[in-house]
Write a protein that binds this ligand. Structure first.
Ligand code: C2E
Ligand code: CA
Ligand code: CA
Length: 943
């Protein structure tokens, strides 16, 4: 149970104060009562003295008078006096004056034997005379007669007697007895003491008549006399009813009619031996004194109580301050466990003062403790926070580790330096056939295993080196897996060295790589080598300074085949040619498809003589009738040109140009002809064509006969077109359109391509700047040929043009076309970097054929990769192509780039491309190249 200190202090102090004031009041009341009692006793004593004084005065007076009387001759000479002298008469004669002058009520003269010589008395005493005589007789025998003596005798009346012995003349002894009624004294006493006196006489031996007057039956007595009857009689009666007679010896007050009386017996100086028992009771009205007493008691009590209240108030007032402070301290201490330090601090805040006490010390200490606790608490909180954060990080990293460990994409295991597997993740257990827990047993290749053992032994903790290897391992499935492992030395929780091995399944990756490599070097239609492979091979041979021949085969009137039988038929013809070439050539050389209907053959170490025979047989083999799948029969033949190296050209360009010329020569001669290059050959046809084109191109550049068209590129995800490829158009004098596919290679050969590219850039930017006003998100892809991109000042030209037309580089994508082999790769790389630095995007065109190779993906700062149209055109019918598109788009995405598919000619293809993860689509289905921008929204159509 909690009782506030405030209340405890109040109660405690109040109890003390009450005790003190009670003691004080008690003491004073006690003193007052004591004084009062003393007053009463002293009052009584003085009354006693008054009575004594009166009695002794009386007896003295009577003694003197007795002596005076005894000296009278009549008395002296009585014995000798004649017998007729009556003493009584004499006394009677004296009586009147005696009675009046000194209040005498009785006189007698006795002889020494108590013989009465005569007497005289007040009539009022007549009743008492009989008994009085017997009393005096008793005195006869008493020795007391010989000296002066005084006594009181009460019977019917109370009388004070004095006995004075004297000597008769003649020597006889005699006694004079004088008596006075005590009623006199009562009266005088009342006068002198201003108190009252009551004389009671016991009823013994008294006649009934007497007993009835003023009787006090309980006390067996009656009132003989009292100073004031009317006032005192009722008091006395009431008193006698309530108290024993013995009470008159005490000082107890008696209350009657609201007045206090003291009834107390008085003693007589003179004995009262002979008569009835008599009580002399002093009755004092003590009401005034008593009232004084009670009022002074009350005044003590009230002053005491008043003092108590006052001091209580003062005390509480004095204590309240310190107690409040104490309570504040208590409350402050209570707040500490709840960490409410600020409030606690405020509670014990105090003004600086010079007078300090324990309380201020307590406050200071409480504040100090609070501050220290606060600091501690903050630290603990902080530590807790840190701990929580650490625990969180720990559990997060634990979760991370578990996730990492059970990562479905990697194999994770630890092994001892003896290669015993101590721990492995789910994927490892699931995928790898491991009956044994020894890592070495999983190696199928002994050489790889030996190297691995050696390399692991070389690993040290300090070097923190990682050993990487690729291991073919038996899987739980059908195929063995190629896993790329990274091994590092780590310490386990006990400080033991362990090997941590993390492996990735490279099987598919390797397959893709192999396929891509294959694709990069092969023609997807005919499955024979492509232009890139051809170039690579030929350059290799030229660099090795070997001898040989290069052959170019062109299908005669192939365009007609396409036009008459359709593209599918054309494709079938091309495949057939490839098949024939494989059969005829592969034993002696390599074959490839250069473009459309152009094939090449490289024949190393072929001599001039052998070449003629070979070409003859080849041209024979390539004059064929093919039955198509449509069961239609197509006839075709070829023109073949050949050049020998190093005689006809030491470099690729020359050699190809010469082989090309030889081919034209053969074509000119007639169908199904072959020709070996000869310096004296007539190349006028080819040269004329070139000449005509170059004239046209120059004219077009001068007279602005070129025209740009724009083909939309669709973002498959958003269904929006923000992006267009600019394509160049040229018309001859007759208004016939000449395909860029035709004039671009010629321009490259004649060195005009740079001018064309610059014209295109300029005009594309003029248009773009115009269009950007209404569509700020618009982007133009601009085709830039390899020779242009090899110029060291190209980035400058590019930036100047941007400034000139006030276009941001962000709005421009440079498409690196594959029409020519990049001779100076580093320069192109630098330039592309510079363009990227400006903000332009780079797209690699015609990926999958020709020169765009897998390795470019890694080296060039590309943003877009354009899948060559040949993969897209027949996508739905070629699962191979689908697989290629899928793996390329995945890889491209992994490099952070986007794919654009060209030649999207129908909706099925578009839907397919979406599923295969391609980002953009371009083709006749989206929109043909037009001079207007076709911003067709595809969103609805895709969905
Ligand atoms: P490219 O850069 O691969 O351009 C794509 C070619 O495919 C264009 O032929 C285009 O008209 C055509 N094409 C677009 N969609 C489809 C389709 O759905 N189906 C089919 N069958 N064809 C489609 P174009 O305009 O004749 O250009 C041929 C090549 O000439 C271009 O190939 C590019 O290498 C080059 N070229 C075109 N314009 C320029 C230019 O301004 N500068 C340079 N340096 N080269 C250019
Ligand atoms: Ca292009
Ligand atoms: Ca292309």
């Amino acid at each position: 149970m909690f009782i506030s200190l405030k209340w405890k202090a109040v109660v405690f102090l109040s109890v003390i104060l009450v005790l003190i004031s009670t003691a004080w009041i008690g003491q004073n009341v006690y003193k007052t009562i004591l004084n009062y009692e003393t007053d009463i006793r002293e009052g009584h004593q003085s009354h006693q003295q008054i009575l004594d004084q009166m009695m002794s005065d009386n007896s003295l007076k009577f003694f003197q008078f007795a002596r005076l009387i005894s000296g009278k001759a009549e008395i002296q000479g009585f014995l000798a006096a004649p017998p007729d002298f009556s003493m009584s008469e004499f006394l009677e004669k004296q009586w009147a004056s005696l009675n009046i002058s000194i209040g005498l009520d009785y006189i007698t003269v006795l002889d020494s034997k108590g013989q009465k010589f005569g007497e005289a008395y007040n009539r009022a005493l007549a009743d008492s005379m009989v008994s009085l005589s017997s009393v005096l007789e008793q005195y006869n025998t008493s020795e007391l007669r010989r000296k002066s003596h005084s006594f009181v005798y009460c019977q019917e009346t109370c009388i004070q007697f004095v006995m004075e012995p004297f000597i008769f003349s003649g020597g006889e002894e005699g006694v004079i007895v004088l008596g006075q009624n005590m009623a006199d004294i009562v009266w005088r006493y009342h006068e002198a003491s201003s108190s009252d006196i009551v004389i009671l006489i016991a009823n013994d031996n008294l006649p009934e008549r007497k007993k009835l007057q003023h009787a006090l039956p309980r006390w067996n007595s009656h009132v003989w006399t009292m100073s004031r009857f009317d006032n005192l009689q009722p008091v006395l009666e009431a008193y006698s009813v309530k108290n024993d007679i013995s009470s008159i010896n005490t000082f107890e007050l008696f209350t009657s009619a609201d007045e206090q009386y003291l009834l107390k017996s008085l003693n007589l100086l003179t004995p009262n031996k002979f008569g009835a028992h008599a009580y002399f009771i002093n009755v004092v009205n003590e009401t005034e004194l008593h009232q004084k007493l009670t009022s002074s008691i009350w005044s003590w009590i009230t002053t005491g109580l008043l003092g108590l209240i006052l001091s209580e108030i003062v005390l509480i007032f004095l204590m309240l301050g310190p107690i409040r402070r104490l309570m504040n301290i208590a409350e402050a201490l209570n707040l500490l466990p709840e960490h409410r330090y600020q409030e606690a601090g405020k509670l014990v805040l105090r003004k600086t003062s010079y007078i300090n006490d324990e309380l201020t010390q307590l406050e200071d200490n409480t504040r100090l403790v609070s501050n220290q606790l606060e600091v501690l608490y903050d630290e603990v909180q902080k530590t807790n926070g840190d701990l929580n954060a650490q625990v969180k990080t720990l559990s997060r990293s634990r979760a991370f580790l578990t996730r990492l460990l059970d990562n479905p994409n990697v194999y994770i295991l630890t092994q001892t330096k003896e290669f015993n597997i101590t721990l492995s993740n789910k994927k490892f257990k699931r995928d790898i056939k491991s009956s044994d827990s020894n890592f070495l047993k999983l190696f199928s290749n002994q050489k790889t295993k030996k190297t691995f053992i050696k390399e692991i032994a070389n690993l040290t903790k300090e070097s923190s080196k990682v050993y990487q290897n690729e291991v073919i391992m038996q899987s739980t499935g059908e195929q063995a897996l190629l896993i790329s492992w990274s091994h590092a030395l780590v310490e386990d929780e006990n400080g033991n060295e362990m090997v941590l091995s993390i492996g990735m399944d490279s099987t598919q990756h390797r397959k893709d790589e192999i396929k891509l490599k294959w694709l990069a070097n092969h023609d997807s239609l005919t499955k024979i080598g492509n232009r890139r492979a051809f170039m690579h091979d030929l350059r290799g041979l030229l660099d090795d300074h070997t001898q040989g021949a290069v052959v170019i085969i062109d299908v005669n009137r192939f365009k007609q085949v396409n036009d008459i039988y359709g593209h599918v038929a054309g494709d079938e013809v091309l495949i057939d040619i490839a098949q024939v070439l494989k059969n005829k050539v592969l034993a002696v050389g390599s074959i490839s498809r250069l473009s459309g209907d152009e094939f090449t053959v490289i024949l190393p170490s072929m001599s001039v003589g052998d070449l003629g025979v070979f070409l003859e047989s080849l041209s024979g083999a390539l004059k064929r009738k093919v039955t198509l799948r449509s069961e239609r029969v197509v006839e075709y033949n070829v023109s073949i040109g050949a050049a020998l190296f190093p005689d006809d050209g030491k470099d690729y360009q020359t050699l190809i140009a010469h082989a090309d010329m030889a081919m034209y020569q053969a074509k000119k001669t007639g169908h199904n002809q072959w020709h070996i290059f000869n310096e004296s050959d007539d190349n006028s046809a080819l040269l004329k064509k070139d000449h005509d084109l170059s004239g046209l191109i120059k004219m077009a550049l001068d007279d602005d006969l070129f025209q740009l068209v724009f083909q939309p590129i669709l973002s498959i995800d958003t269904g929006r077109v923000q992006h267009y490829e600019t394509l160049l158009r040229l018309k001859d004098e007759k208004g016939n359109a000449i395909s860029p596919a035709e004039f671009i290679p010629v321009s490259e050969r004649l060195g005009l391509i740079r001018d064309i590219d610059s014209w295109v850039l300029d005009h594309a930017l003029i248009r773009l700047s115009d269009e950007l006003v209404s569509n700020p998100e618009l982007k133009f892809s601009i085709n830039v040929s390899a020779p242009t991109l090899q110029m060291s000042d190209y980035p400058m030209t590019f930036v100047d043009a941007l400034h000139k037309h006030n276009v941001d580089a962000e709005s421009v994508i440079v498409e690196l076309t594959e029409t020519a082999y990049i001779e100076n790769f580093n320069q192109v790389l630098d330039n592309l970097m510079a363009l990227t630095g400006e903000g332009a995007g780079i797209a690699l065109d015609d990926f999958g054929v020709g020169f765009s190779s897998f390795s470019y993906l890694k080296q060039l700062p590309l943003k877009y990769v354009k899948l060559d149209g040949s993969y897209i055109k027949n996508l739905k019918n070629h699962p191979d192509n689908q697989a290629f598109v899928k793996s390329v788009s995945e890889m491209v995405r992994a490099f952070g780039m986007r794919t654009i598919a060209e030649f999207v000619e129908d909706e099925t293809t578009l839907t397919m491309l979406d599923a295969l993860g391609v980002t953009y689509a371009q083709g006749y289905y989206i929109g043909r190249p037009e001079s207007d921008l076709l911003a067709k929204d595809f969103r609805l159509e895709i969905l």
